[in-house]
Design a binder for this molecule. Sequence first.
Ligand code: NAD
Ligand code: 0WE
Length: 261
Amino acid sequence: MVSPGRFDGKTALVLGVANKRSIAWAIAKRLADEGARLAFTFQGERIEKNVRDLAESVSSPLVAECDVRSDADLERVFGQVGEAFDGGLDLLVHSVAYAAAEDLEGRFTDTPRDRFWLALDISAYSLVACSRLAEPLMEARGGGSIVTMTYLGGERAVPHYNVMGVAKATLDASMRYLAWDLGQKNVRVNAISAGPVRTLAARSIAGFPTMEAIVEERSPLHRHVEADDVGAAAAFLLSDDARNVTGTILYVDSGFHAMGM
Ligand code: NAD
Ligand code: 0WE
């Protein structure tokens, strides 16, 4: 425990931990190290044990199942968070995305209607639903901070990112409109745009080593990004140091986004 902790007395809800390599876990560890109390959600029995073990290692008072496609799940979880944290919540980490594996290869043109909406539902609408449910809990604390995870593929065409790029564009725009609405309650909403990080979701993607090599060659800092780098940046956005930062994207990508060649 770093002392005094930037997050002493703060409470946080973290969505999107799957295993110890998840970006959400790197953020959670950082918050816990600096004094925050953390609640976690997981999706599906396959990763429940992983998440319960990780949560236990930071003495989490709440681990709850939540499929972000389900309004009932979301309402139950935010109810449980209110009970666990005396009706208040300071911080929300949204680190959830999904597109069908077959839509992250081949041509964007081929994306069928149902899987287009599936990707946008899980990867973009979920931030809107979570923010709506977090708002009264954060208002009870006099304000709060929400961070979501995005990627450059929402602003530029990255081969094979396809429908996830369209979902990230929707996520980015949603983040800005949420920043406007929740600013009224002193709740800030921001995104981190990370370069390729070797997580579970990333490892299963063909050509991931090639993408890392491209970042190493072309980015100003010539190095790839690690989950802990994202954790440090998220902690800044979630902290009072960022008290006048909202509606923005912070790039943690070794400067790759700044390049034109
Ligand atoms: P990850 O697989 O560890 O995390 C993705 C999470 O999404 C998992 O915990 C999974 O359970 C959750 N999820 C998927 N569908 C869900 C649903 N229906 N309901 C609830 N949860 C669901 O991978 P990660 O790389 O840590 O991804 C986290 C975030 O970071 C995502 O938004 C991703 O787009 C973003 N991101 C990742 C990279 C990268 O290179 N890894 C780069 C930039 C942004
Ligand atoms: O946002 C992501 C990946 C998110 C993701 C990953 C998977 C893999 C398993 C969403 N859905 C799924 N569905 C699965 O079935 N990133 C930013 C990492 C990423 O993914 C890419 C990338 C990069 C970078 C896919 C193609 C091209 C580049």
